[in-house]
Design a binder for this molecule. Structure first.
Ligand SMILES: [Fe+2]
Ligand SMILES: [Fe+2]
Length: 220
C-alpha cells in the first residue's frame, strides 16, 4: 500500500503480519462519505483506549511494569483524543454522541473471568485493537483529505508501539502459552472487520448495501 512507504517501516510491517486479514477495500472506499461517523468514533476510541489503560492501572496495582507502561500509554491516548477533537473542529463536524461499534465489545467476549487469564486476555485484546487501528490509519492516508491523511500518518508509529507494548505485557504476565487465545481473538477480529455492518464506524465492517448513504438514512 502506498501509504506504507510514506509512513513507518518495519514496525508497520510487523503489525500487518500480526493481523489475520486486511480491512476490505470497500470500507476504505466508503470512509470519505462517512467522515463525521469516522472522526467522532475515532475520538471515542481514543478516550476508550485511555479508559481501558486506566482501568488496568486500578485493577493491577501490584504490577509495576504494567503501571508505568500503561500510565504513559493512557496519557498518549488522551493526547490523541485532543488531536482528533481538533480535527473535528477543523472539518466543522459537531462532536455528539453516537453508538459504539460492535468491534471492541465483540473482541471482549473472548476475555475469560479468572485471573491471570483475565489480565492476559485483556492485554491480547488491546494488542489486536491497536494493530487493527494502525492498519486502518495506514489505509486512510490515501483516501481522506490531505490534512487528515497526514494526521493519520503521524499516528502510525504510536499505535504500532502500543500494539507491541500490549503484546509484551501479555508475554510478561502470562503463566501459560496463549497462542490459542490469541488465535481466537484474531479470528474474531477478522469476522468483525470483514462482515457487513449496519453502521459505519472506525472499526466496523463495510456498510451493507442496503444501508449505504443514499439508499437508507445514515445511522448516527
Ligand atoms: Fe491512540
Ligand atoms: Fe493506541
Amino acid at each position: 500500500m502506498a501509504g506504507f512507504e510514506r509512513g513507518s517501516d518495519s514496525e508497520i510491517s510487523g503489525v500487518l503480519e500480526f493481523l489475520p486479514c486486511r480491512t476490505p477495500a470497500l470500507w476504505f472506499e466508503q470512509a470519505p462519505a462517512h467522515l463525521p461517523e469516522l472522526l467522532i468514533d475515532h475520538a471515542n476510541c481514543e478516550k476508550k483506549a485511555a479508559g481501558t489503560a486506566l482501568s488496568l492501572l486500578y485493577r493491577y496495582v501490584d504490577r509495576s511494569h504494567l503501571l508505568q507502561t500503561l500510565s504513559r500509554l493512557a496519557r498518549e491516548e488522551l493526547r490523541h483524543f485532543e488531536q482528533v477533537h481538533g480535527m473535528l473542529a477543523a472539518h466543522d463536524i459537531d462532536y455528539r454522541h453516537i453508538s459504539a461499534s460492535r468491534y471492541v465489545s465483540g473482541l471482549r467476549q473472548c476475555v475469560r473471568n479468572n485471573e491471570p487469564d483475565r489480565l492476559v486476555d485483556t492485554l491480547l485484546t488491546g494488542a489486536v485493537v491497536e494493530a487493527r487501528s494502525c492498519e486502518r490509519f495506514l489505509g486512510l492516508i490515501d483516501v481522506l483529505p490531505r490534512d487528515l491523511g497526514d494526521f493519520y500518518r503521524r499516528l502510525l508509529d504510536s499505535e504500532a508501539r502500543h500494539f507491541r507494548q500490549y503484546l509484551s505485557l501479555a508475554e510478561r504476565y502470562a503463566q501459560a502459552p496463549f497462542d490459542d487465545k490469541l488465535s481466537e481473538i484474531l479470528a474474531r477480529d477478522a469476522v468483525l472487520v470483514t462482515d457487513e455492518d449496519v453502521v459505519f464506524r472506525f472499526h466496523s465492517g463495510p456498510l451493507a448495501q442496503n444501508t449505504r448513504a443514499g439508499s437508507a438514512p445514515r445511522v448516527l
